[in-house]
Design a protein around this ligand. Structure first.
Ligand code: GAL
Length: 804
């Protein structure tokens, strides 16, 4: 939403320079901060000397800069990185002209227990680490030459407070917002599309205005622009004088022949709202809206704009792997691009409100989003988690999430909680009703669900509350086929599924027996691998879950099963089920922590997209005579034939509900090839080749041009090749990086779940042949050179460019 304001400002500058002087200003407040790791209560005073503190820019996550250590207060479930207390301070001045304005400071998210002071004045505490919040600071400010000081204390020392990696610090953006005394209230505008068909759509607006003097004669002008920037419709209405300082205005505009928003064509209209007084713009706001309608049906499942659509979703935690939780738009965009290419069309932001920019990306890239509020209510899951703040904060936190996010076309459902303990006892009834009531008061356009782990309707008190619009089941795929019988007339969504486990590039034979790990999660896994790997044939899952194929086959089969959310799209830091330390990040991802797809990615791609897929696994470096299972995922073809060194291994066809084919092969080195055919015609072919000794380092950037804005990223993949350019699948060399020119090495990774070397470093091992260097522009345009060296290998070199 924030950068929408920037776009709006550009728009307005072009439209009328005079208007811009009056309208709101939203400035990034990320630069020029000082940081101290530790507690320093004197730092709240404006006179405190922070000259010795570290200078940095927000967003910032101090945990990710630390070292993995079992002795850290965070548990293994939280990733074992350091937490603690940190202080941030920033000095700033404001022009005299701002004296007659209203000034606010907006925090998109601080993990957690933040307390804020401006010029020594205490503004308040916000315990929830995922919620956005604002302080009105006008009365405490200095204008002109006298400087202001803002101080923020962040306390993440109350460990454990989570079941996954949270990050620590001001990890999302901060904004300074300046408005006139009359302004559009924060999150006070709600845009909905109550009536939509191909010929026309109604765009209904509820607009909140704060006017200090009810004598002012105000009007509201709303203009809708199409994606090409042309005005579609505009309406001006007087603001009725009710005598109140806080007013809500309703408008309805008609858009003829609307272009509907969908996951395949995420068409966005711009809605520009202006508060006018005698022709002067006092405030303005830009909201992107998508015109769309959707429905859940107890028999037919989900439809978007009248078209049946299976929800092919994934759950995501908020960390961006080696970057930690510090918000970076390009990192989130890359993650979503990788998922989009797999055919994923929905995200569940488990188990908390996401960064606002994440939802902007989902709006513009075409993802549906289930916005989730809580992982616990009054009953705890970890000793110091949000249950402590529940009584005081849950109403405000839930309201704020809905208010902040309800204008996003991507949001299509709200979840009031994940596997909440109160589902098991009667206290769940009232709390469910209360929470659903809070949501409905602010947004009646989306169904409300909760991710339930008790699948017996009689024993589940959240379900028994009767408050849910959608029954969200986590796991328990064994009851899905009977859902209509057990939950008569109810609508289904698989809120969380699978929890299958895999390490990228690691394969155990044989592949056709299924393992359910762990047994209890507390003792070392007896039949686990000594090197803490999990086979990447889709045949290992948590005991409460299933393999990917097992659940997808069921969801696919029945129309009344509207869809699912796979746990998870990407590996995340923390929760390294099924292993104990040194495992420190999860095995659940379809994609590893570094962003490299595991093999099952291609199963989904073959099922969830129409683009031709033929993917062969495993790699082809084994011991002579070993029996190896060869799998292929494919689509758009009738059969696949595999060849080893030119000799056919036979033709395989998927039959029944098969999602892959297999050959059991006596290994010999060479070339393993597969060819897919339809009606006898070759559709695709692919091969894996036995690699020789590691010989050189190859570097490949996902983007060779990045923006010179100090934020943009290029993800450089490191591959170890042999003399014949064949990737070496088990390479594990230590790579030393040098980055020169207009960029920095932001972080390194390799997707291993057990590598305890730090992410912020200029060296890192490759894992199963691959490594990752994340390069960031340093704010200047020019060339960025990257070199990667390792003992005994030819170095890799790459030049990328950063441009203004
Ligand atoms: C679920 C839970 C998730 C994650 C997952 C791991 O029960 O909702 O947050 O812990 O298990 O399998």
């Amino acid at each position: 939403m924030r950068y929408h304001y920037f776009l709006l400002i550009t728009l307005l500058i072009c439209a009328a320079a005079a208007d811009a002087q009056n309208a709101r200003k939203t400035e990034s407040f990320n630069t020029g901060w000082k940081f101290f790791l530790g507690d320093e209560p004197r730092a709240q005073n404006s006179t405190f000397d922070d000259a010795q503190w570290r200078s940095l820019q927000l967003p910032h996550d101090w945990s990710i800069e630390g070292r993995f250590d079992q002795k850290n207060q965070t548990t293994q479930a939280e990733g074992g990185l350091p937490a603690g207390i940190g202080w941030y301070r920033k000095s700033f001045t404001l022009p005299l002209s701002a004296r007659n304005k209203n000034i606010f400071i907006d925090f998109d998210g601080v993990y957690h227990n933040s307390e804020v002071w401006v010029n020594g004045h205490y503004l308040g505490k916000r315990p929830n680490g995922y919620i956005s919040f604002r302080y009105a600071i006008t009365p405490y400010l200095n204008f002109g030459r006298k400087k202001n000081v803002i101080a923020v204390r962040v306390d993440n020392s109350d460990q454990p407070n989570s079941r996954w990696y949270t990050g620590s610090g001001i990890y999302r953006n901060v904004w300074l917002v300046t408005t006139a005394k009359t302004y559009l209230t924060n999150w006070g505008t709600f845009v909905t599309t109550p009536n939509v068909n191909n010929k026309a759509a109604e765009v209904a607006l509820e607009i909140g205005v704060h006017q200090p003097s009810p004598k002012n004669k105000l009007s509201l002008q709303t203009t809708i622009y199409n994606a090409e920037g042309k005005v579609v419709v505009s309406q001006t209405s007087p603001v009725k004088n009710t005598g109140d300082t806080s007013i809500v205005v309703h408008q309805t505009l008609a858009v003829s022949k609307p272009k509907l928003w969908s996951v395949t064509r995420p068409y966005l209209y711009k809605v520009v709202i202006k508060v006018l007084q005698n022709g002067k713009v006092l405030d303005d706001q830009l909201i992107y809206t998508g015109i769309r309608y959707f429905n859940f049906d107890a028999d037919k499942g989900f439809t978007l704009n009248g078209e049946p659509m299976k929800i092919k979703g994934v759950c995501l935690h908020h960390d961006q792997g080696a970057l930690g939780t510090a918000v970076n738009v390009r990192a989130m965009e890359r993650q979503l691009q990788i998922l989009k290419a797999m055919g994923c069309n929905a995200i569940r932001t488990s188990h908390n409100p996401p960064a606002p920019e994440f939802l902007d990306l989902c709006d513009s890239m075409g993802f549906l989003v289930m916005g989730e509020a809580f992982d616990m209510w009054r009953k705890k899951k970890s000793k110091y988690d949000y249950h402590q703040d529940w009584d005081k904060w849950h109403v405000k936190d839930l309201q704020d999430q809905v208010l902040r996010d309800r204008n996003h076309p991507s949001i299509f459902a709200w979840s009031i909680g994940n596997e909440i303990r109160e589902q098991f006892d009667s206290t769940g009834i009232n709390i469910s009703r209360e929470l659903v009531g809070i949501v409905k008061q602010l947004d009646k356009t989306r169904p409300v669900t909760s991710a339930l782990s008790e699948a017996d309707p009689k024993k589940n008190f959240i379900y028994q509350s009767g408050a849910l619009d959608l029954v969200g089941l986590n796991y328990h795929q064994e009851v899905y086929a009977n859902f209509q019988k057990n939950y008569p007339g109810q609508k289904f969504i698989g809120t969380e599924n699978m929890s299958a486990l895999a390490t990228r590039g690691h394969y155990d034979m044989p592949s056709d027996s299924i393992r359910r790990w762990p047994k209890d999660g507390k003792t070392p896994l007896k039949d686990g691998n000594p090197d803490f790997t999990v086979s990447a044939y889709d045949n290992v899952s948590a005991y409460w879950g299933s393999t990917h194929e097992e659940t997808w086959k069921i969801i696919k089969k029945y129309d009344f099963l509207s869809g699912l959310f796979v746990w998870t799209g990407f590996d995340y830091i923390g929760e390294p089920t099924p292993y104990l330390w040194p495992a420190r990040s999860s095995y659940f991802g379809i994609v590893d922590l570094a962003g490299f797809p595991k093999d099952v990615y291609y199963m989904y791609q073959s099922e969830w997209t129409t683009k031709p897929v033929l993917h062969l696994l495993p790699h082809w470096n084994w011991s002579a005579g070993q029996t190896i299972d060869v799998w292929a995922y494919y689509n758009n073809a009738d059969e696949v034939e595999a060849y080893l060194n030119g000799k056919s291994l036979g033709i395989r066809k998927k039959t029944g509900d098969d999602l892959h084919v297999m050959w059991r092969v006596k290994y010999e080195p060479g070339t393993l090839k597969a060819v897919s055919r339809k009606n006898g015609k070759v559709i695709m072919s692919t091969q894996v080749v036995t690699a020789g000794e590691p010989y050189r380092i190859q570097l490949k950037a996902d983007r060779s041009h990045i923006k010179a804005d100090g934020k943009d990223l290029s993800y450089v993949t490191v591959t170890i090749l042999d003399k014949n350019h064949v990737p070496v699948p088990d390479a594990g060399q230590l790579i030393k990086f040098k980055v020169g020119g207009q960029g920095i090495l932001k972080a390194v990774d390799n997707g291993s779940q057990t590598d305890l070397d730090p992410f912020v470093s200029n060296q890192h091992r490759v894992f199963n042949g691959l490594g990752l260097a994340i390069i960031q522009s340093n704010n200047k345009s020019g060339k960025i050179s990257i070199t990667a060296a390792a003992e005994g290998l030819q170095p890799g070199q790459l030049i990328i460019e950063s441009d203004r």
